[in-house]
Design a protein around this ligand. Sequence first.
Ligand code: ATP
Length: 289
Amino acid sequence: MEERAYGKINLTLDILRRREDGFHDLRMVMQSVDLFDEITLNKREGEGIELSCDVGYVPSDGSNIAARAAEAFFRELGIRGEGLSIAIRKTIPVSAGMAGGSSDGAAVLRALGRMYRPDLPAERLEAIAAQVGSDVPYCVRGGTALAEGRGEILTDLPPLPPCWFVLCKPGFPISTPELFSRVRVKQLQFHPDTAGMLRSLEAGDLEGICRRIYNVFEEILPRKYSRVLELKAALLDQGALAAAMTGTGPTVFGVFAGEEAARRAADVIGRVCGRVYVARPVKKYESLV
Ligand code: ATP
């Protein structure tokens, strides 16, 4: 069984409040992009989950999100004694703010759902996904969606109008806990206009969407990561309609109306940023099958 695991970007990322449990309530407009990992699942003799990944520094034991997802699936549905092998071919950059690991976990859940319980309601699969990680339910669903709470409360949104993305992944990671530890919600000066973003999506207005692309983490990014903001400026300089960091970074994306402009910008920025990708928006998984 083969399954694609698409990466995501944040068209908006807002932090609403710090919760009693120490986590933050978020409000994010998420978008899948056609940069994908390839996941192959096979039943095998014997018991337990075996995993391999073509990227050496991604864990290939039970701590891999894909293995944790399979374990959660079997546990929650009371399926015992299964032998399963999972092979992951990575294309989504790792620790990039593109939910690569969560998307691999979500792909495993979709594939196992088809293999073992094709009648399982989508909500049940998303509930299992929420136990694996807060971005995993969105990744099960994909497409354009509003994600609230820790990211697990989802509302489908109209798909983005046709456009192209240029994604630039700088060569350093940004620590997600470090970034969250810098958040003082009351001191944030800017918040994305999420309501305006939803209206623009409803109207299919790419220009309005682009005007509202914003990630609050950019405001509190430590100086040592100034490269992120330089790449954002470079994308805008190359004609992007909008540019922003995705998730907790460090990947920055720019939006272009046409392919030629996107490829030209990617060529130029590729000379100063090691990993540059051109990608398109992807619709909800359901609508792809
Ligand atoms: P997010 O956008 O959800 O914050 P990310 O894109 O920043 O995620 P990932 O690529 O998902 O980050 O990887 C985060 C960490 O998870 C890495 O340290 C990585 O080693 C680990 N990890 C576990 N499973 C996977 C997987 N299947 N693919 C990639 N990374 C994985």
